[in-house]
Design a protein around this ligand. Structure first.
Ligand code: CAA
Length: 257
């Protein structure tokens, strides 16, 4: 399938989605979100894909919602279409999604990256929630997810002033998992995604769901949830294979079922 606003490819068991509206620094138009959702759905359904990399260009992961497209919308327009709700599909994807961010990740671009399971950043990455400068506030989870990632003080400063943080600050603050030289970002993201895609799919899905649960529940409930999921993985062939392989000092050959 070909898309107008994204490029899609597979590298072994890794699905890659590259945002591709260079003339608008990958601003997230309705058409781009539609393409992104279709590509995510296709990768979710593809048994040959075990992890997904979401990336942009050297200059921009994405510079936010498309301001030209939304500037004339009224309250009734955005309320009735439930503007932004369609963006959340990234966060609902069950396969791991890694954001590989170079250049600008601003507004909705920063929010889209935060919907992914983790962010690998190039040393050129710049993150920010500049919506306040447009007379609005973040609308794709920025006030909630950024605060959980970096804490109230830094999130509040960024959301209230719209200032950007560079990759080093983003790593210090816990927004990104790692910073790599820009020239190595894509290869590194592919490598990490391939590592995940080679593991037991049941364990990977369970791990993702359990970590995400920590954002939604109390510690006691989260630990109970984790324990039950941990127990349930003993019903999989992959648990038998993974542990047998360790004992036999060989690489595990997961069957992913
Ligand atoms: N929407 C639409 N077009 C955008 C855009 C956006 N978010 N960001 C950049 N563009 C366009 C510019 O209009 C420009 O197009 P033209 O050549 O036709 O004029 C082109 O991309 C290149 O941009 P610049 O010339 O501005 O490039 P620059 O290097 O000088 O600046 C930048 C880069 C600092 C990222 C600047 O483009 C910028 O500030 N962009 C807007 C960032 C922003 O405010 N994002 C938040 C959007 S609101 C939102 O996302 C809401 C939400 O929470 C969901």
């Amino acid at each position: 399938m070909t898309y107008e606003n994204i490029l899609v490819e597979t590298h072994g068991k890794v699905g890659v989605i590259r945002l591709n509206r260079p003339h608008a620094l990958n601003a997230l138009s309705a058409g781009l979100i539609e393409d992104l959702n279709k590509a995510l759905e296709a990768f979710e359904a593809d048994k040959g894909v075990g992890a997904i990399v979401l990336t942009g260009s050297e200059k921009a992961f994405a510079a936010g919602a498309d301001i030209k497209e939304m500037q004339d919308k009224t309250f009734a327009d955005v309320f009735i279409e439930d503007f932004i709700s369609k963006w959340e599909n990234v966060a609902k994807t069950r396969k791991p999604v890694i954001a590989a961010v170079a250049g600008f990740a601003l507004g909705g671009g920063c929010e889209l990256a935060m919907m992914c399971d983790f962010i690998l950043a190039a040393d050129t990455a710049k993150f920010g929630q500049p919506e306040i400068k447009l007379g609005v506030i973040p609308g794709a989870g920025g006030t909630q997810r950024l605060t959980r990632f970096v804490g109230k003080s830094k999130a509040m400063e960024m959301v209230l002033t719209g200032r950007m943080m560079d990759a080093a600050e983003a790593e210090r603050a816990g927004l990104v998992s790692r910073v790599v030289p820009a020239a190595q970002l894509f290869e590194e993201a592919l490598k990490v995604a391939a590592t995940i895609a080679a593991l037991s799919a049941a364990a990977v899905y369970a791990a993702k769901e359990s970590v995400n649960r920590s954002y939604e529940t109390t510690l006691t409930e989260g630990i109970r949830f984790e324990r039950r999921i941990f127990h349930s993985l003993f019903a999989t062939e992959d648990q038998k294979e993974g542990m047998k392989a360790f004992v036999e000092k060989r690489a595990a050959a997961f069957r992913n079922r």
